[in-house]
Design a protein around this ligand. Structure first.
Ligand code: ACM
Ligand code: ZN
Length: 735
């Protein structure tokens, strides 16, 4: 009798284990097997580790001692073991019902094994118990980073530590601090006390107010001052705290540009041609190099990082052209131009830094005028700089703006705190591949990894910073750690639903999964049909939709897969839940100009061609970002002629424009339409003036329209008058 009961229990236990097989580890391990049964954490669970890994064991113990079952006694243990046969950062993890064994070669590997346990602990559905698993895991890339700009907005040490705690759980191993920039110097330097006394505090709380109101600095201690800096003790504390979490902290000290705050405190380091504010050091002045070397000597004393970042980006070279010292430097050194002058400065710094046994790291502008011999490159203006540096056998970290700049909007800007512009939703981060297809196979070894950058011009609080970072950095963690073949968006979405609990436990503010429906259209020109499909950040939501322009309700169609549209239709789709978001919509219109030839009297911007000459009449509508390949950009007036290829009767010409003033995108002053039967004689059909204020700072769209009585026309001339900066247009609809 007893035997039978035992057998039934086994089957039952096995059944339960199968039913809850799903575990949610991010980044996805290289090998993961979920076994039967659970490991239970008790009050007296033993933690056994070699001396140097005891802090790791203690960390897991602290986290797992906060639950009900830890009141009970049982017989389980967690054993950390050294295994010299594993690679750096690699770990194996075997969790059985009574023992978890984590093996690693080094501290980082042991910590990553521990972090996998920590994730299982927070994401389990059975408190105090985690699934028995077998994991063999190691990173795809050595470099997995996040940059935080602490100059544009200063964040306290407590925030940096909290960030480190959570980054480490996702196996991010580099935190790059942008410590200096025009908005404030953020690190105590003993030899140059004025840097923090005079240039670490400013007149206005937010960068935006400060930027608009004269960009002044205030003395430390001034009652009106905003800002702050890390003392050298703070820096040591951050470095040590990060090291315990296997995170290297990279200091960035900007040169030769982005240095307004230094030159406010030490104006003798600016070019003699400068009157007033400047951001560039004088490269002809030897004091500039003395200054940089002195500063970096202190910096290297505080930060053991093998990478020392010297910025190098976006230096305006105009002052150097007019400065007698800079011009003398060019002549004395046989340099060709100001690009080579910048390269001279970087090469001189590279010699200094490599002489101290470190690597100079810089933004991709350091390629201009010739890359210094040992320099490492962060590719931010797309991937081309990274590709070129790798071809020259220099190590590269990919951080292209389009997929790695976390200062962009992550959801519909209409409902978001103001950001600098752009659109980088979670899925786009997740789909990023750091190895460029264009890079030769034998050069791919030079791509060391990727990094997300949070620039903080529009990020005035720590809660907001966390919001911009999470969950996008969790998506990036899988990009840089997991094998690309193991990446799976749907599975990631499902896993992520279990991780919000972890973020909440660490008091991390994060962007909630959007209710937005990404309506994808795929147009077949020949059959004049559009295939419509929906995508969402929610995991397996019920999506309701209509095709007649009415707002969807729970009585509307339920989305069950892609469908075809053959006629003009307004598709509206929504997830109907507690958040009560407005539906998303797209207009499908095979209008009279659809797929007709367009000629440009004035060319579009080379930077924003979208799909070239077909863009304006291809049936696709621009989405939330001008970088989506549908919005065509102009830095001039726009003047195009559409040829309907036969005389037709028309009564309406309309086009959509966007405004987002952060990056300088404005509505046109007006649009104007003329029609012609022969392409020679045109009749003016009218104008539509802008009604949107140029100071309105949220993302806005406006359809400009010219209506007319039914008119015979073959040629339509469409003009829009530039207001300022850029104008972006998509789809000229003719009916
Ligand atoms: C940068 O975004 N200027 C590196
Ligand atoms: Zn100069």
């Amino acid at each position: 009798m007893k035997k039978i009961v035992f057998a039934i229990t086994l089957i039952f236990v096995g059944y339960i284990a199968v039913a809850q097989k799903q575990v949610s580890i991010i980044p996805e391990p290289q090998f993961l097997k979920v076994n039967n049964g659970n490991f239970t954490f008790y009050k007296n669970t033993q933690f056994i580790a070699p001396a140097s890994w005891k802090p790791i064991a203690k960390y897991v113990q602290q986290i797992t001692s906060t639950s009900i079952s830890t009141l009970q006694k049982g017989n389980t243990r967690i054993v950390f073991k050294e295994n010299k046969n594993l690679a750096a950062s690699e770990y194996t993890l075997e969790a059985t019902t009574n023992t978890i064994t984590i093996a690693a070669k080094d501290y980082a590997g042991a910590l990553y094994g521990a972090q996998t346990i920590v994730q299982l602990w927070y994401t389990t559905n059975t408190p105090s118990r985690i699934a028995c698993v077998t994991v063999k895991d190691k990173p795809r890339f050595d470099y997995r980073g996040l940059m935080l700009d602490v100059s544009r907005n200063f964040y306290p040490v407590s925030f940096i530590k909290n960030l480190i705690d959570v980054l480490s759980i996702y196996k991010i191993n580099n935190l790059h601090l942008h410590l200096t920039d025009g908005a404030g110097w953020r690190l105590e330097i003993k030899k140059y006390p004025l840097l923090t006394k005079q240039a670490a505090f400013r007149t206005h709380k937010t960068w935006k107010e400060w930027w608009k109101n004269g960009m002044g600095y205030l003395q430390e201690g001034d009652p009106l001052a905003y800002g702050g800096y890390y003392t050298q003790n703070d820096a040591k504390e951050i470095v040590a705290y990060a090291a315990a979490k296997a995170i290297n902290v990279i200091p960035e000290i900007e040169m030769p540009g982005h240095s307004d705050e230094v030159l406010a405190a030490y104006p003798n380091l600016a070019c003699d041609s400068v009157k007033g504010r400047t951001g560039e050091f004088c490269i002809g002045n030897d004091s500039t190099f003395t200054f940089m070397q002195d500063v970096l000597t202190e910096v290297m004393g505080l930060f053991p990082s093998k990478y020392i970042h010297i910025g190098g980006d976006e230096a305006a070279k105009g002052h150097w052209k007019k400065c007698t010292k800079c011009q003398k430097r060019i002549t004395d050194n046989g340099l060709k131009d100001e690009d080579e002058l910048q390269s001279y400065a970087i090469q001189r710094m590279e010699k200094f830094i490599s002489g101290k046994g470190r690597y100079l790291l810089g933004w991709d502008e350091i390629l201009e005028g010739g890359l210094a011999p040992g320099a490492r490159v962060m590719s931010w203006r797309g991937e081309q700089g990274g590709i070129e540096a790798a071809r020259q056998n220099h190590d590269v970290i990919m951080t292209p703006g389009g997929t790695c700049y976390f200062d962009k909007y992550q959801q519909n800007p209409a409902g978001e705190p103001e950001a600098i512009g752009g659109f980088l939703p979670l899925q786009k981060v997740y789909e990023y591949e750091p190895l460029p297809a264009a890079l030769e196979k034998d050069k791919q070894q030079f791509i060391k990894g990727a990094q997300a950058n949070l620039w903080t011009e529009y990020v005035p609080t720590q809660e907001h910073a966390a919001y911009m970072i999470f969950p996008r950095i969790i998506a990036l963690s899988e990009v840089v750690w997991s094998n690309s073949a193991a990446k799976n968006w749907a599975q990631f979405q499902e896993k992520l639903t279990a991780h919000y609990k972890l973020l909440q436990a660490f008091n991390i503010n994060y962007c909630r999964p959007s209710n937005r429906i990404d309506i994808k259209t795929s147009i077949d020109t020949a059959s004049r049909s559009a295939q419509i499909s929906f995508n969402s950040e929610q995991f397996k939501p019920t999506i309701y939709y209509t095709t007649d322009g009415t707002n969807p309700t729970t009585a509307s169609n339920v989305y069950a897969g892609a469908f075809l549209i053959h006629e003009k239709a307004t598709i509206k789709a929504a997830i109907i839940n507690a958040k009560k978001s407005a539906p998303d919509s797209v207009l499908i219109n095979f209008h009279k100009a659809f797929n007709k030839p367009v000629t440009y009297q004035i060319p579009y911007s080379k930077s924003y061609p979208a799909a070239g000459a077909s863009t304006l009449v291809n049936g696709y509508r621009g989405t939330l970002t001008y970088q989506d390949g549908q919005w065509q950009g102009f830095t001039s007036n726009m003047d195009v002629v559409i040829d309907l290829q036969k005389v037709d009767t028309i009564h309406l010409v309309q086009a959509n424009f966007m405004q987002i003033i952060g990056p300088g995108v404005y509505m046109p002053k007006y649009i104007e339409v003329q029609t012609s039967v022969d392409g020679i004689n045109y009749t003016n059909q009218g104008r539509d003036n802008n009604t949107v204020s140029p100071t309105e700072s949220s993302l806005l769209f406006k359809d400009f329209k010219v209506q007319m009585k039914p008119t015979a026309a073959r040629y339509i001339k469409f003009v829009s008058k530039l207001q300022s900066g850029f104008q972006f247009i998509d789809e000229i609809i003719v009916e």
